[in-house]
Design a protein around this ligand. Structure first.
Ligand code: SAH
Length: 447
């Protein structure tokens, strides 16, 4: 999401005459787009800021700005705590950057952290930064209305709102004209997408009958994109089990160009913990959704987010998470130790009472189990031939391309005469827990 937001910011600044540089010594303006989801993300930014003190000594024109969630969460306090920072701009205020930079030019510090109920940056064509010209992110919703008790996002990104289908289609059209082959639709909770003419999702009930009749949900949006761009692969993230509907799965099954992959965070396998997290579904409901997914899209790649050590998590709760993983057998996962975020319901009401060592040990157990499952799941590709979109050179070996299957597995294979952006039929000959290894046969008509 931050990657995508940075592209919006680059576009706004380009109009003001700014150019991008790879060399921080050459820059007159450095903007750090920040994340607050865990404390570690914030500490990383604070460490990075230390480098800019010496850069400022070398270039007295240099200004430093903090964007994104950390800006929104800490506001003016960031300017007091981090002397090197000149500018603090929250996720909904990027259009104000030209004015704020003007203030900064006059040696004032500038802050804008006002959250909006309607801003989607739908009218801005993002400047693609450090992009391979093959995959791009396209934002479809901003903010989040789910008040998960651990999560800082509703406080830093505000109310949920959706971007107009027209502006999404226009952006994808521009990408397709430039030769892009894959888009990932982004939102905190893509299944909750709802376009009824603009404004916060929670005001939908106040919409006119006409607006309600013409409204578009996520499955409608997917249908529209998939049918308009048959040569582009479509992915999306993140799906939320409480909002994901069967019509989304059916739309995925209907179109070849919608990838067979769903990222479906669970956070915990324990009903008690799910309730305490205010995740509005049970373990059983989640498992039923997985079952339905596999019925409708038999080969579907499925990944998760899981968190260990949420307040009061017992060994029994942790075991519930491990058994859920055994039941689902995910292809991949993103796993974290709980990090208390100031201001959230959990921080205000529950004690962060699981010792660091215990959180860490549980985390290692789920990571090890996931690795085992990833390897087991990868086995199903052995000797199969599947379409792979080449996106870059393999990091490990320059003679190999790296690409992805529709199910989101990384595949490496000898380069031969193929090029990035090609979709090729690759026969899988070997695998590890993280990678499929194969040999390309020919360019693929299927995508
Ligand atoms: N909107 C998505 C999650 C976005 S954040 C959803 O609701 O599923 C990505 C992941 O970060 C979350 O799924 C969660 O596993 C993790 N996360 C969020 N808050 C956290 C916290 N306070 N401590 C540790 N991990 C956290």
């Amino acid at each position: 999401m931050n990657f995508s937001d940075s592209e919006v910011v680059a576009s706004i600044l380009k109009k003001e005459g700014y150019e991008l540089t790879d060399n921080s010594k050459e820059a007159n303006l450095v903007l750090l787009n920040t994340c607050s989801i865990r404390d570690k993300a914030e500490q990383t930014v604070r460490n990075k800021l230390k480098n800019f003190n010496s850069l400022k000594k070398q270039n007295n024109k240099l200004k430093v700005g903090l964007l994104g969630c950390m800006a929104e969460r800490l506001k003016e306090k960031l300017i007091e705590e981090e002397q090197v920072v000149d500018l603090v701009v929250g996720p909904d205020s990027y259009k104000d950057l030209p004015n704020l930079l003007n203030e900064v030019e006059h040696n004032q510090k500038a802050v804008n952290v006002i959250l909006s109920k309607s801003e989607t940056y739908g009218d801005i064509s993002p400047v693609r930064i450090h992009n391979n010209g093959i995959n791009a992110f396209v934002s479809i919703t901003r903010g989040c209305d789910n008040m998960c008790t651990f999560c800082v996002v509703p406080f830093t990104r505000g109310r949920e709102r959706s971007r107009s289908p027209e502006s999404i289609i226009r952006e994808i059209y521009e990408l397709s004209e430039k030769g892009y082959r894959e888009v990932t639709l982004l939102g905190q909770n893509v299944d909750s997408y709802l376009w009824y003419g603009g404004g916060p999702k929670k005001d939908f009930i106040k919409a006119s009958n006409e607006q309600k009749k013409n409204s578009k949900r996520f499955s409608n949006l997917l249908d529209l994109i998939a049918s308009n761009f048959p040569q582009i692969r479509i992915r999306f993230s993140t799906s939320n089990p409480q909002d994901m509907t069967i019509d989304v799965l059916e739309t995925m099954a209907k179109y070849n160009n919608i990838c067979n992959y769903i990222h479906l965070p669970i956070q915990s396998g324990s009903d008690r913990i799910l309730k305490k997290m205010n995740r509005l579904h049970t373990r059983q409901e989640y498992l039923e959704l997985i079952k339905k997914t596999r019925e409708i899209i038999p080969n579907c790649g499925i990944s998760h987010d899981i968190m260990t050590g949420f307040p009061s998590e017992t060994e029994k709760d942790h075991q519930d998470t491990l058994t859920l993983m055994e039941e689902v057998k995910y292809d991949f996962g993103y796993m974290f130790a709980y990090s208390e975020r100031p201001g959230t319901y959990a921080a205000r009401n529950f004690r962060d009472d699981i010792k660091k060592e215990i959180k860490q040990r549980r985390l290692e157990e789920i990571i090890n189990l996931q690795q085992k499952h990833s390897k087991e799941r990868n086995q199903r590709f052995l000797n199969l031939t599947c379409p792979v979109l080449i996106d870059k050179s393999s990091k490990k070996s320059d003679g190999f391309w790296s690409g992805r299957t529709s199910e989101n597995n990384v595949v490496v294979f000898p380069k031969e005469n193929y090029s990035p952006g090609d979709i090729v039929q690759v026969t899988i000959e070997d695998f590890t827990s993280a990678t499929l290894i194969g040999k390309a046969k020919k360019k693929s008509l299927a995508i």
